[in-house]
Design a protein around this ligand. Structure first.
Ligand SMILES: CC[C@H](C(=O)O)C(=O)SCCNC(=O)CCNC(=O)[C@H](O)C(C)(C)COP(=O)(O)OP(=O)(O)OC[C@H]1O[C@@H](n2cnc3c(N)ncnc32)[C@H](O)[C@@H]1OP(=O)(O)O
Length: 281
């Protein structure tokens, strides 16, 4: 949690406020494969985040934090587009300073927890990821884009900067020079540019409803499968050591790595591998 009561954050207050802006949902499907699919679902508003969807997101993240069998997660939008950011109707209604700050802290908490899940996460971007939708993509470990899709931090055009943690994460992903260009120019990032600057990890062909070919979701699952093959405790351990290396100062990251190592050392997957005398040819 980035913000709690010691930062003057009153979660109950903002939850009550957000509840007043209903519409859409965040749908979670946990699969036996250990890969979950999280769908941003508000197609009549290009999957914009209503207030109740922000609450839904936090609830879904809590469910994923308690999923021992989980290994990975794909975040996608419904109806062939990703997410057009905050619902502008809600934004207009809470455009005062106090509510804006509360919403910002709530979403930073939720997206930070999403990124910190012990699961390998992929944003599957089809169509547009705008404003808060672009920020959401940075709260995943990887981004895959369908041909013809766009990620755009449109905040400058709204007289804003990212507030859901998207700027801080973007700098870490693409460096400060590229981040400044993307935010300062509200640049439309297509898949090729995304790959070029290191924001995007793969380009997918086809559509969600592709006939006779792998759907985008199947392609994303195949892509992710390379990294989630193996027992859940080991995959979760991999994510934890990378996360601590990414977020913590070196000494703290090393101590965390020791603790995580302690959890896999002598555990069933380790003993099985030792017994099988495996060769890594
Ligand atoms: C920037 C900070 C903030 C944050 O980080 O919290 C935000 O995210 S603010 C939101 C930023 N996003 C936008 O400003 C998107 C504005 N919308 C568009 O640019 C277009 O609608 C677009 C490009 C997403 C789609 O254009 P297209 O021509 O394909 O479709 P329509 O414009 O007809 O859209 C269909 C329908 O969706 C409604 N819509 C789209 N985005 C939003 C939104 N963010 N909030 C509320 N409603 C949205 C749009 O108004 C249309 O509704 P209709 O009733 O049919 O007019």
């Amino acid at each position: 949690w980035v913000y709690s009561s010691i930062h003057g954050f009153n979660q109950a207050e903002i939850k009550e406020k957000l509840q007043a802006f209903p519409g859409g949902s965040i749908d979670l499907l946990k699969q036996d494969s250990g890969i979950a699919v999280l769908t941003i679902n508000n197609p009549s508003r290009m999957n914009a985040f209503s207030g109740s969807m922000m609450l839904d997101l936090e609830e879904r993240v809590s469910q994923l934090e308690n999923w021992p069998e989980g290994k990975g997660i794909i975040v996608q939008g419904a109806a062939e587009t990703f997410c057009s950011g905050s619902d502008l109707n809600a934004v207009r209604a809470i455009s005062n300073q106090q509510d804006g700050m509360r919403m910002c802290m709530f979403m930073q908490n939720a997206l930070t927890r999403l990124l910190r899940l012990p699961l390998i996460s992929v944003a599957l971007v089809e169509g547009r990821a705008l404003g808060g939708g672009a920020e959401l993509t940075t709260a995943c470990d990887f981004r895959l884009m369908a041909a013809g899709s766009v990620i755009q931090f449109v905040h400058k055009h709204m007289g804003l900067v990212p507030g859901w943690g998207g700027a801080a994460r973007l700098v870490r992903l693409v460096g400060s020079q590229n981040a400044l260009k993307l935010l300062g120019g509200a640049v439309k990032v297509d898949p090729e540019l995304g790959v070029d600057i290191g924001l995007v990890d793969g380009i997918l062909e086809g559509h969600q409803k592709a006939e006779g070919a792998a759907t985008l979701l199947q392609q994303a699952e195949n892509w992710l499968g390379r990294y989630t093959k193996g027992p859940a405790p080991v995959i979760q351990a991999v994510k934890k050591v990378v996360l601590s290396g990414r977020e913590l100062p070196l000494s703290e990251a090393l101590r965390t790595e020791k603790d995580v190592f302690g959890m896999v050392w002598g555990a069933p997957a380790n003993l099985e591998a030792l017994a099988s005398k495996s060769k890594h040819k």
